[in-house]
Design a protein around this ligand. Structure first.
Ligand code: SF4
Ligand code: SF4
Length: 384
């Protein structure tokens, strides 16, 4: 458990580099190997993957780029039980065996109940999800049991009260933009983790990249006071400065990012009071300028019957509303993307995406607005 409590950077494998951005399984294997090697060479050891990442192929790539190329004792490998995908307890066993095979290991240093929220909690209880991970730990196949959580603090408290004894650590979404955000409530969830003495691994410290591409006023504020620190370094320092936080995950796709992110932790310098106040002010500016608080995780797209590129659409929706002067550029991008995939107006309102979204976003409404903005403006399209 010491490695969970130490303030350190973890390599999040949810957004690995791709050869074709439209195909989540088109891994840029050579680049991924370089990134993993650089992370290990720089002192990083924590790798976080999951059954569902990259169209259910992410664990296989982690095996090829990490497990088959580095001695097992040089890294910790963490994966997760998908709470939306199993049918019953026997199916959990099938998935777990498949994960071991895909990853090429016989032991996960950490294993989490993935994406816990109201929509899956009852089912998880009914099928004995908490007992299942406990059994795997007793069998010596798991080092530490975790739970990644995306819901209200009230639910977190209920779970910790009932099942807390069997949970070794929590993975929470903590960043300076979601600190007081009603749909995430980073601060309150972190307080509960402390109250129940659970070490915390942070996910989405940069909110899927949104805190790297800040509105100009927020970026200016941090640049002015940052002594040359990158925006990513600010975000990582905010997350890691919180008491009870050990590992901070980051999805990295360039060698410079790895060097910059690792430098935050060597040595780690917590934010002082003035810096914390400043960054929370920047968070307010970000929130005031963000229409759809999408992290780009892609959980919503897998089951979309119309194959709508929801995260990309929400990203350009935000960009268009943040800076109306770029509306025509966004329109070009929208038309190119929708020609290759689907239009926002193709949405049939089935709700699959909203049920899957850990941020609880009203995706259908956003797509309607996007369709009103852009569908039919094909005169902007640039066919490739
Ligand atoms: S509601 Fe629309 S966008 Fe969401 S999954 Fe259904 S068709 Fe796709
Ligand atoms: S809409 Fe929700 S599920 Fe889809 S990418 Fe954004 S945050 Fe993730």
């Amino acid at each position: 458990m010491e490695w969970l409590c130490r303030k350190q950077l973890g390599f999040g494998c949810m957004r690995l580099p791709l050869l074709d951005p439209k195909d989540p399984t088109s891994f840029d294997h050579d680049q991924i190997c370089q990134l993993f090697d650089a992370f290990l060479a720089g002192g990083g050891t924590y790798f976080d993957t999951a059954y569902t990442y990259h169209g259910y192929q992410g664990e296989l790539e982690v095996r090829r780029a990490l497990v088959e190329r580095h001695p097992r004792h040089t890294f910790q490998l963490i994966s997760k039980l998908p709470l939306r995908d199993f049918t019953d307890r026997a199916d959990m066993e099938r998935i777990f065996q498949e994960q071991m095979e895909r990853c090429g290991v016989d032991f996960f240093d950490g294993y989490l109940l993935h994406n816990m929220g109201t929509n899956v909690y009852r089912r998880c209880c009914e099928h004995g999800g908490f007992d299942f991970v406990r059994q795997k730990k007793d069998e010596g196949r798991i080092g530490s049991i975790g739970m990644s959580f995306h819901d209200k603090p009230e639910l977190l408290e209920e779970i910790l009260e009932r099942y807390g004894e069997g949970i070794d650590f929590l993975q929470l979404q903590i960043n300076y933009s979601d600190w007081e955000e009603p749909s995430v409530q980073s601060r309150r969830c972190l307080e509960l983790a402390r109250q129940y003495e659970k070490p915390v691994v942070v996910m989405e410290p940069c909110k899927g990249g949104a805190l790297i591409n800040l509105p100009e006023d927020a970026a200016e504020l941090l640049r002015r006071e940052g002594n040359g620190s990158s925006l990513a370094a600010w975000a990582l320092r905010f997350a890691a400065s919180q008491e009870g936080v050990g590992v901070v995950l980051s999805g990295m796709n360039a060698l410079e990012q790895i060097a910059d992110n690792l430098s935050v932790f060597s040595p780690f310098r917590p934010l002082n009071q003035e810096e914390e106040a400043l960054i929370l002010k920047a968070g307010e500016l970000v929130n005031a300028n963000t229409a759809a608080a999408c992290t780009g995780c892609g959980y919503c797209t897998h089951g979309c019957p119309k194959h709508i590129p929801i995260p990309q659409f929400l990203s350009l929706y935000n960009a268009a509303l943040r800076n109306p002067a770029t509306m025509s550029n966004q329109s070009v991008y929208y038309n190119n993307l929708s020609l290759a995939t689907a239009k926002a107006g193709d949405c049939i309102g089935c709700g699959q995406c909203e049920a899957a979204c850990p941020q609880h976003l009203p995706v259908i409404g956003y797509l309607k607005e996007l369709s009103n903005l852009f569908d039919g403006r094909t005169f902007f399209a640039v066919r490739r």
